[in-house]
Structure formats: structure tokens, C-alpha cells
Ligand binder design. Structure first.
Ligand code: GLC
Length: 543
């Protein structure tokens, strides 16, 4: 193995659904041939790594997180050769690619489960978790609360219950079985040998079950994940593992291990709802508090930060009271709620207010961690809450104002999902081509932020230090790395603000506004005043 380059620490990620991006063969589904034609666009955003949502054979009960075969591509998206061509084309543009690794469960259509449910003595019976009663592991919560009454489902044919943390069509694999443990390493090899740059590992806290526990973050689970990492390091170099562990920071840091023996990266779930809370309350406290409660992480590791993703905006990592408040503020229509979250996209969450979209993105790009942009959010796409499950935030990418938004040549009724076509967020108004032609568009601002961030390592590597101006509507912090210091200031309210910041230790410096490209008055020995428009933000280089 060669030296790990730590590329992921400085990377910006772009999360996308192959099915939603571009249809190359006119059947109404996005595919790898279509995606290849859009790589120039992805590259032009300035992002470094694409995270592909599951693209494997699947009955799509959970939109591909129910995998029916680990060694192939869903026919709707193309063939393995198409995937290879995509990977090569991405790499040729300097873009890395990570894919989803779904360890915890398979589809009930997977041959392993088909065999397992065949009879109690089948050789594959023990690949899954079976029980005579549905009373084991009572402390384990149900995740898909709106759909599943239990984590156990009775299999009529063999008269036993099988265990599932998600849909009943997604039986959990039995990690107490050494064959399952080994089989997943083979899955990893298959894709790593092809050249992918790593995995976003799905639902990792739930691999093992133990009586008397809530079945999350168990020592056995960490032990297996360490085996996964050791296997990766033994056979490959420069690849990464990103943990999806929707847990409190103290628990997520366990997934970094020593920094060299488990995950390279982990999503920071708890900070995400608090960005929205702070914005709605016009008060920085929720963000400051969660960052203060975030333990330091080992040197070789990095947080992943996001505003939205393909799931509901999860409210698992807030108190019951905060959750009710978030629902009331951000999901007034019950249809906007799903399980413990909110099925809306970024732009609709902030009433399509360009200032607030930018403000949240500014936080995303300046707080510690590697930012992930969810496809479509860079142009402010809307959602369709009337679609099933989370499909409303997975609608076709809006490329232009032509037929099917330029996504597909298929007849409109053949598309896997309807294009957003309402007066505010519809493709005639919100699309890539229109925004590329407009130098004041959101897309343009997003590119500018991304490029500015990438000019320095201070945002990806720097330490974080909050300032404490009296006005709690101001969220201001320093990022420091080597001899570089940047001050990020955000105004969380819809009013102009002049804030006085304690910057005495930088007296003599003339702050440089990185986004506006302007030099400000020199910092003196009295509080330094910064003016911010309503919901304004500035990135000021101090040294
Ligand atoms: C993860 C995915 C989600 C999926 C679930 C089960 O949370 O993000 O989309 O439904 O795992 O695989």
C-alpha cells in the first residue's frame, strides 16, 4: 500500500442519483451513458468527488438500498461496461467516485434471501437473522416508523420471523455468520478492483444484534468495521470509507477509531438540523453548542457536512421539543413530514429565499468538514411532496426549459418521476442552462463559493474558534491553519446588522473579503465593525 494522500480531507462531494441525472437512451430513466455526458458540468462546479447512490440490481422498494445483486448494475442504468466507461471518464476529469456500500441488509429478492427463506435447513438460512418469536431485541427502535410496525416479519413458509431494521423487503444480514462477513469483503473487492475511490457505507451502526441493547454501535459492529478497514488498507491505496452513522458526535467519533483503523470520514448528522434551527430562530446558539460538543477527531479523519441529501431531513438528533418545533416551522403541511424528518429540498425549506439558500451554503463551506452538495440544490431545485416516500426530493435534474427539462427524450409519461413543473420551482424557471447564462444566478454563486473555498486549505483543515459578539444573531468564527486565518461572519436575521468583533490579536491586518474581492479597513485596537445585509455573510481573510 502506498501513502494515503488525505485527498478526502480537502474534497468537496457531489451526491447524485444516476436515475435522476440524465437519460442517455430515452427510456425515461437516467443512466451511466447520460451521466457521462454531464461530467463536464459536474467538473465545472469545482467538486472533487461524486457519491453515487445505489446503482445495483434492485426491485427499488427502497430506491436501490434494497440490493438484489452486488456485482452488477441495474439494467435501467446500463451495464457494467457503461459503469466502467463512466468511471474512466470521471477519472479523466480528475473526479473521484465513491459508491454506496450497503452492508446491513439486502433485498428480499437477493438470491441469498431467496435461499435462506426456502427452508430452515438451507445452507444460506444463517445468512439472515431468524427467530421463533418476534419478541427478541425489544429495545431496538423502528426507523421507518410510518411504514413498519415491527423490526420482525413472519415468513409464512418456514414459520419463523426475520429481522429487518428498515423495510420488511430489506432483511438484515447476519453478521454473526463468518460467511456473511467474508462475502461483504468480496463485494468491496469487486468494485475497488474496478477502480472506485471508496464507499459511503450505509447504515453501519446496525450490523449486529445483542439482547439487552438497542442494537446500535455495538462493540461487535466496530470490530467488523475494523476488519473492513484492514482489508481495504491491505489491498488498496488511497481509497476511503465514509460512515453513515446517524448518531451523536461522541458516538460517531468511535467510527473513526484511532484514525487509522476504521472510517476516514463520517457524516456530522447533529449539526445539520441545527443550521436550520439557528437560521429560523435568528440565533447562533444551536450551532455553537453542537460544535462545542463535537469531540476532536484523529488527524487522518474528516467530517462530512451537508444541508440536504436524498433522505428526509432527519430530526433524529434533536430533542422531542426541538423536533416538534422544526416540524411546525419547516413542515407545516403534514405531507411534508416523513418518519422522524422532513421530506423537502433546500430551496423550499427556506421559502426559495436566495439570501437564506446562500447563507446556509456559506455555513456548509466554511464550517469544519468536507461539504457535500446534493444534486439540484446548486440551482435551487424544488420538491414534490406528493410523491411516495422520499421520491419527492429525487426528481429529474432540470437541465433546460425544453421538453422534460432536457433530462430525457422519452414521452413525459415514461419518466421514472414527473419533472417539477410548478410556477416557482418548475423547470421553465429553474434550470442549469438558464443559470449558466446568468452571471447573477445561484449556480454562479455556488461555483464562486466552491472555487474560493478551494483556494486555501484553511476551510478544510483549519481549527475552529467561535467569536462571541453580544448580538446572538451573528454567527462568526475564525478558521486557522498554519499562518492563514479566515473569519466567517453570518447574519442570521432579515435585518441589516453592524457587529463589533473582538479581533485585537489581528490589529494591523487589513481584512480581505475573499468572495467580494475587496480590502477592508485595517483592524485597530477597538472592536472591529463589520456590516452585514439581511441574511448576509462574509469570508474575511485576516492573515
Ligand atoms: C440509509 C439511506 C436511506 C436508506 C436506508 C436503508 O439511511 O440513506 O436512503 O433508506 O439507509 O438502506
Amino acid at each position: 500500500m502506498t501513502e494515503q494522500s488525505h485527498w478526502y480531507k480537502d474534497a468537496i462531494f457531489y451526491e447524485l442519483y444516476v436515475r435522476a441525472f440524465a437519460d442517455g437512451n430515452g427510456d425515461g430513466n437516467g443512466d451511466f451513458r447520460g451521466l457521462i455526458t454531464k461530467l463536464d458540468y459536474i467538473q465545472s462546479l469545482g467538486v472533487d468527488c461524486i457519491w453515487l447512490l445505489p446503482m445495483y440490481p434492485s426491485p427499488l422498494v427502497d430506491d436501490g438500498y434494497d440490493i438484489a445483486g452486488y456485482f452488477d448494475i441495474h439494467r435501467d442504468y446500463g451495464t457494467l461496461d457503461d459503469f466502467k466507461a463512466f468511471l474512466e471518464a470521471a477519472h479523466a476529469r480528475g473526479l473521484r467516485v465513491i459508491t454506496d456500500l450497503v452492508l446491513n441488509h439486502t433485498s428480499d429478492q437477493h438470491p441469498w434471501f431467496q435461499a435462506s427463506r426456502n427452508s430452515r435447513v438451507d445452507a444460506k438460512r444463517d445468512y439472515y437473522v431468524w427467530s421463533d418469536t418476534d419478541e427478541k431485541y425489544p429495545e431496538v427502535r423502528i426507523i421507518f416508523l410510518d411504514t413498519e410496525p415491527s423490526n420482525w416479519t413472519l415468513d409464512e413458509r418456514t414459520g419463523q420471523y426475520f429481522w429487518h431494521r428498515f423495510y420488511k423487503e430489506q432483511p438484515d444480514l447476519n453478521y454473526d455468520n463468518p460467511e456473511v462477513q467474508a462475502a461483504m469483503l468480496d463485494v468491496m473487492s469487486f468494485w475497488l478492483d474496478m477502480g472506485i475511490d471508496g464507499f459511503r457505507a450505509d447504515a453501519v451502526p446496525y450490523l449486529f444484534e445483542r439482547e439487552g441493547t438497542n442494537g446500535e454501535n455495538l462493540p461487535e459492529t466496530h470490530a467488523y468495521l475494523k476488519r473492513v478497514r484492514a482489508y481495504l488498507d491491505q489491498h488498496y491505496s488511497d481509497r476511503i470509507l465514509l460512515a453513515e452513522a446517524n448518531q451523536w458526535p461522541e458516538e460517531v467519533v468511535e467510527y473513526f477509531g484511532t484514525g487509522e483503523d476504521e472510517f476516514h470520514m463520517g457524516f456530522h448528522f447533529p449539526v445539520m438540523p441545527r443550521l436550520y434551527m439557528a437560521l429560523r430562530q435568528g440565533d447562533r446558539t444551536p450551532v455553537v453548542e453542537i460544535m462545542r460538543h463535537t469531540p476532536p477527531i484523529p488527524d487522518g479523519c474528516q467530517w462530512c457536512m451537508f444541508l440536504r441529501n436524498h433522505d428526509e431531513l432527519t430530526l433524529e438528533m434533536v430533542t422531542e421539543e426541538e423536533r416538534q418545533w422544526m416540524w411546525q416551522e419547516y413542515a407545516p403541511d403534514p405531507r411534508m413530514r416523513l418518519n422522524l424528518g422532513i421530506r423537502r429540498r433546500l430551496a423550499p425549506l427556506v421559502d426559495n429565499d436566495r439570501r437564506r439558500i446562500e447563507l446556509l451554503n456559506s455555513l456548509l463551506f466554511t464550517l469544519p468538514g468536507a461539504p457535500i452538495v446534493y444534486y439540484g440544490d446548486e440551482i435551487g431545485m424544488g420538491d414534490n411532496i406528493w410523491l411516495h416516500d422520499r421520491n419527492g426530493v429525487r426528481t429529474p435534474m432540470q437541465w433546460n426549459d425544453g421538453p422534460n427539462a432536457g433530462f430525457s427524450n422519452a414521452p413525459a409519461d415514461k419518466l421514472y418521476a414527473p419533472i417539477i413543473d410548478d410556477p416557482t420551482y418548475g423547470y421553465k424557471r429553474i434550470n442549469v442552462a438558464g443559470q449558466e447564462a446568468d452571471a447573477t444566478s445561484l449556480l454562479d454563486t455556488m461555483r464562486h463559493m466552491i472555487h474560493t473555498r478551494k483556494e486555501s486549505l484553511v476551510f478544510s483543515r483549519g481549527v475552529l474558534e467561535f467569536l462571541e459578539p453580544e448580538d446572538t444573531a451573528i454567527l462568526a468564527y475564525l478558521r486557522r491553519y498554519q499562518d492563514e486565518v479566515v473569519l466567517a461572519v453570518h447574519n442570521l436575521v432579515d435585518e441589516e446588522r453592524r457587529t463589533a468583533l473582538n479581533l485585537y490579536s489581528y490589529a494591523g491586518a487589513a481584512p480581505y473579503d475573499l468572495l467580494a474581492g475587496a480590502t477592508l479597513p485595517i483592524i485597530g485596537h477597538s472592536p472591529y465593525e463589520v456590516d452585514l445585509p439581511p441574511y448576509g455573510y462574509r469570508w474575511l481573510k485576516l492573515a
